[in-house]
Design a protein around this ligand. Sequence first.
Ligand SMILES: Nc1ncnc2c1ncn2[C@@H]1O[C@H](COP(=O)(O)OP(=O)(O)OP(=O)(O)O)[C@@H](O)[C@H]1O
Ligand SMILES: O=C(O)c1ccc[n+]([C@@H]2O[C@H](COP(=O)([O-])O)[C@@H](O)[C@H]2O)c1
Length: 214
Amino acid sequence: MASLHALFGGTFDPIHYGHLKTVQALAQEVSLHQVTLLPNNVPPHRPQPEASAAQRVAMVRLAIADRPLFNLDTRELERQTPSYTVETLEQLRAERGTHQPLAFIIGQDSLLSLHKWHRWQQLMDLCHLLVCQRPGYARAMPTPALQEWLEQHQTADASALHQQPAGLIWLADTPLVPVSATDIRRRRHQGLSCEDLLPPAVIDYINHQGLYTK
Ligand SMILES: Nc1ncnc2c1ncn2[C@@H]1O[C@H](COP(=O)(O)OP(=O)(O)OP(=O)(O)O)[C@@H](O)[C@H]1O
Ligand SMILES: O=C(O)c1ccc[n+]([C@@H]2O[C@H](COP(=O)([O-])O)[C@@H](O)[C@H]2O)c1
């Protein structure tokens, strides 16, 4: 059986410790050896990023340079269409075959709005979902039907994630990291320090590029 391949999609405008520290803890929790960061191009359902795609990728590269858990897949940046996760996963599934266990990592905020994603119900045919806790977001789904859907897929058996190719949801017990890219951009616009919120190499890059100041 091939080992579980975990992907972590995001806008990463910029990448920060809320991404890196939670996913490092998740990797320990469910024994992930490699996590592939998947920066999106045209993010669905949100305003367009302030940093360019090239700048967001450069920041991801700097953030993971000394973190061997992570690698980078830029495939979504090569499509000019919206980065629908279901389409990316279909592509990966075609490449990896039907038996390969695949997981997509999201934060709790993304889980709560998953039912708004393009063809969201097909996601579970393609991957597992690994959900990191995030401060300030409810644990319960917004409707009873969505809560029932969650409970149907939820597992407390981490080894099942490595044995089944798709279809399970893991609600992780990761530490709450109170950092968001929105807050970092706002702090920069207000001229406040962002130390301790993201890696120093990324802060240096942001300063050098004059990002999030206009
Ligand atoms: N502090 C955090 N804790 C747990 N998950 C997080 C955290 N920050 C982001 N995530 C998750 O990482 C993924 C990518 O997030 P994204 O790049 O949009 O960062 P963000 O901080 O939410 O950005 P923004 O504030 O611009 O919306 C999403 O699934 C999101 O839920
Ligand atoms: O496929 C969709 O409809 C969809 C809707 C919202 C978000 N996503 C993906 O979810 C990941 C996190 O999104 P975001 O906006 O929180 O950075 C990222 O990979 C997005 O492309 C995907």
